[in-house]
Design a protein around this ligand. Sequence first.
Ligand SMILES: [Zn+2]
Length: 554
Amino acid sequence: MLRSFLTAAALAALALPAQAQDLLIRGGTIHTGNDAAPTAEVVIARDGRIAWVGAAADAPSTEGLTVIDLDGATLFPGFTDGHAHLDGIGWRELTLNLEGSTSVVDAMARLTAWAEAHPEGPIIGRGWIETRWPESANGARFLTAADLDAAAPGRVVLLERADGHAITASSPALAAARIDASTVAPSGGEIARGPDGQPTGFIVDAAMSLLAPLMPQADPEAKRNAYRAGFRVEARYGWTGIHFMSAPWSDIPLLEQMAEAGEAPLRVYNSVTPDGGAALIASGPRSVANGRIITRAIKYYVDGALGSRGAALHEPYSDAPHTSGLMQTTREDMAPLYENALRSGIQVATHAIGDRGNTEVLTWYRDAMAAVPAGERGLAQPRWRVEHAQILRPGDEPMFRDLQVIASMQPSHAIGDFHFASARLGDARLDGAYAWHSLVDLGVVVVGGSDAPVERGDPLIEFYAAVARRDLEGFQGPDWRPNEAVDRATALKMFTLWPAFASFREDELGTIEVGKRADFTAFDIDLMTVAEADIPGGRAVLTVVDGEVVYRAD
Ligand SMILES: [Zn+2]
């Protein structure tokens, strides 16, 4: 299946992207990511591919080439976000964004301002997180319906927590969704209640489905606008590609149309929602517009998130001994899906955060691979992925190596979560928390991602978190396991070559080498040499995809 797919991709390559220019880039250090020749001074791209890399003294003439002067900036292989939600990134631009709110008071002031500016219709927002709020000093202070009712009286308001695993609804929203004291939460979900038994408005995981009817149904033009906004933001951050996790199956045709119309400036590798699983398994991998949009993975969930205590643990939460989190699915449900995916060569990506969630997924993967031996698979080496792989029992780490499973991890989650992880887990379980370095040492491919819009989605924050393992103020707690930070060359691979491998495209993407696609990211700092604390203060200045300049700073 891979061979026929690549042949199709090679044929498609004959149709060149319309806006690709023949480029010569110089004027700054070029880090190639190629261990045999790690730096260069000039790179030339022709017809969307890298045609020449080397020293300035040897460079051919610039005739017929558009010259880009880096002006001291530093060029890298195209940065790829290995786990992001392009639709959510776009909607974040178009709805109330509570990211970075510093307190309940601050978040509610933003809600009031938004409500006044948008007097009609439901208010949808996201991005709040209570962990650093002063109101949480004596325990997590989640937003409540009462907060929302005071800030936006009488309005239907739904504010999603940054991790996407909980929503706070206003009283009019609860009433419209018919959630009251007698409502039973669906399995895998929770309706938080006050001492009086009434819902507080804080709705967790599977129970969020009760609020789905209140979500405005986006028409195709609104969706297109959201994707446009998402592409714009991502190009500005310097991403040349995104592994789009939980890409809505029903949106795939829209994304493919946009790409064919020249409206998809970045590479998108889709891991689709499970409702598209059967169709994708039947059709096999999809690729359009010269490989700009590729769909060949399915995203599943086994558990929730650590912050909201939805992550499934082997032992109870240290700060909530009555719960060990929530499993979202069962082995019986997953086994046939996994085995079918294996037979058809479709990649599986499963969200697992807690140590129990990870043990279960790895065990289910192992059993599916045993049930469908290599000769019966669409791909002998299926490159399956675990998304997040946050908390691992030390004995489970070698299973990634033995099964050749990719760990798709988000460095920014670690530097946010470590502020509360020891409360949730106690100290001993932190040995296997966000264990990038241990996994890399075992030979596991660790793909770096941001999980935007859960996090901001800035590659420099992710790179910094991977190498520093400190928060953005430079703080590192005594229990943050600094030994799990990675060196810079490894961090570069996490955002370039390894995402290419995880999308079956390491022959085409991930390093600056002749013959590969001309995907580049330039930053105004040299990530390989600048002082660690200065990494997050840098910015992207140039983003090139298939030889097309999709973003250039003024
Ligand atoms: Zn995610």
